[in-house]
Design a protein around this ligand. Structure first.
Ligand code: F6P
Length: 381
């Protein structure tokens, strides 16, 4: 059995990171008598002088509700470089330096809390012979092989609360209100919060939209006496025939950052409908602060199961939620493809059946019973 576990958090933070750290520390020390070393600032803490410190049960007291990560995190570290074609390449010298440091620190196995980018680095450490167990973290819920990543349900609560609040102001002013949410190139946050928050239009990357279809829905609502509309737009939503919309960071060398779909829709919809429209970009509010009860529970379950996987000698696996149970899956499977919203899946159909539009040009078809586009949808239950 490994005597010492190293633990690190990588990529964007998500509510529940500290709850996982707490679960790993209490289980590893309390149940198995192991030592736990916290590695700071993601994998970066393994380079140079190294930034690590031993974690005791006293260090993790009170961590369950605390947002962020006590270990710090890095979004784009030095471990992945890009070739001239933009393809990710492994920087071998850094991996060599980091594995040497792991040996020097006496770390026998790594527990890595991260999304697809961080887990891809973890997979490389696995290839170099370091036992690695991943824990699926991201508010985007876009990791394959797991039904849920921790942080996602808290982000949903925040987005849904925002939609509730936008409803009352939209209705008071007869306005269109657009909520831009995160999610990278997937629409999980937009779809789930849009249904929970009673949006009229949901725009997601998996279903390209046209501005005309969205404007038609707003007009139809006005004609039916509802003089306001609520739109939730995923940051990666795509208008048919157009490109993704990125923020202008003012730095051409900076990796492109999604953002701006909300104000883009606002300009175009105001022109098409003549209605006053406002945009709210929810941004990092979706990631900051306390995890909700579900994420605290899921994070704790993931953390303890990750330690058990280390003890059982599992290598290069990720803990994952499938059919209500936490199991382990190979990391390479989890990072092979991003998990996207099935455009003909049950939840999209549920949204359409309750009158929500996705702004698709063929939207009307989806409302006809036994329509062709509805045939691929599995029955409920
Ligand atoms: O992956 C999590 C996420 O919050 C995405 O939804 C978003 O596109 C991105 O990170 C934002 O990253 P940053 O913190 O670098 O602005």
């Amino acid at each position: 059995m490994p005597g010492t576990i190293g633990i690190l958090t990588g990529g964007g933070d998500a509510p529940g990171l500290n709850a996982v750290i707490r679960a790993v520390v209490t289980t590893a020390i309390g149940q198995y008598g192991m030592r736990v070393i916290g590695i700071e600032h993601g994998f970066e803490g393994l380079l140079g002088e190294t930034q690590t410190h031993e974690l005791t049960t006293a260090d993790v007291r009170g961590l369950l509700p605390r947002g962020g990560t006590i270990l710090g995190t890095r979004n784009r570290g030095r471990f992945v470089d890009r070739d001239s074609n933009g393809r990710a390449i492994r920087v071998d010298a850094l991996y060599h330096e980091a594995t040497e440091n792991l040996r020097r620190l006496g770390i026998d196995a790594l527990v890595v809390l991260g999304g697809e980018g961080t887990l891809a680095i973890a997979q490389e450490f696995g290839r170099l012979g370091i036992p690695v167990v991943g824990v699926p973290k991201t508010i985007d819920n876009d990791l394959a092989c797991t039904e849920l990543t921790f942080g996602f349900i808290t982000a949903l609560d925040i987005a849904t609360d925002a939609l509730d609040r936008l409803h009352t102001t939209a209705e008071s002013h007869d306005r269109v209100m657009i909520l831009e949410v995160m999610g990278r190139n997937t629409g999980w946050i937009a779809l789930h919060s849009g249904i929970a928050g009673g949006a009229d239009v949901i725009l997601i990357p998996e279903i390209p939209f046209t501005m005309q279809s969205v404007a038609d829905r707003i007009r139809a609502r006005d004609e039916a006496g509802s003089n306001f509309s609520i739109i939730v737009a995923a940051e990666g939503a795509i208008e048919t025939g157009h490109d993704l919309i990125y923020q202008d960071t003012g730095d051409p060398l900076h990796a492109p950052r999604l953002g701006g779909i909300g104000s883009y829709c606002q300009r175009n919809l105001e022109a098409l409908t003549g209605k006053e429209t406002r945009t709210v970009v929810l941004g990092h509010l979706q990631r900051g602060g306390r995890p909700n009860a579900f994420d605290r529970m899921l994070a704790t379950n993931y953390g303890t199961c990750a330690v058990r996987a280390v003890v059982e000698g599992k290598q290069s696996v990720m803990v994952a939620l499938q059919a209500g149970d936490v199991i382990t899956v190979p990391i390479y499977q989890a990072i092979a493809n991003v998990k996207t919203v099935p455009p003909n899946g049950q939840l999209v159909r549920t949204a359409r059946d309750t009158g929500i539009s996705f702004g698709a040009p063929d939207e009307a078809q989806h409302h006809r019973p036994n329509s062709k586009s509805g045939e691929t949808v599995s029955a409920c239950g």
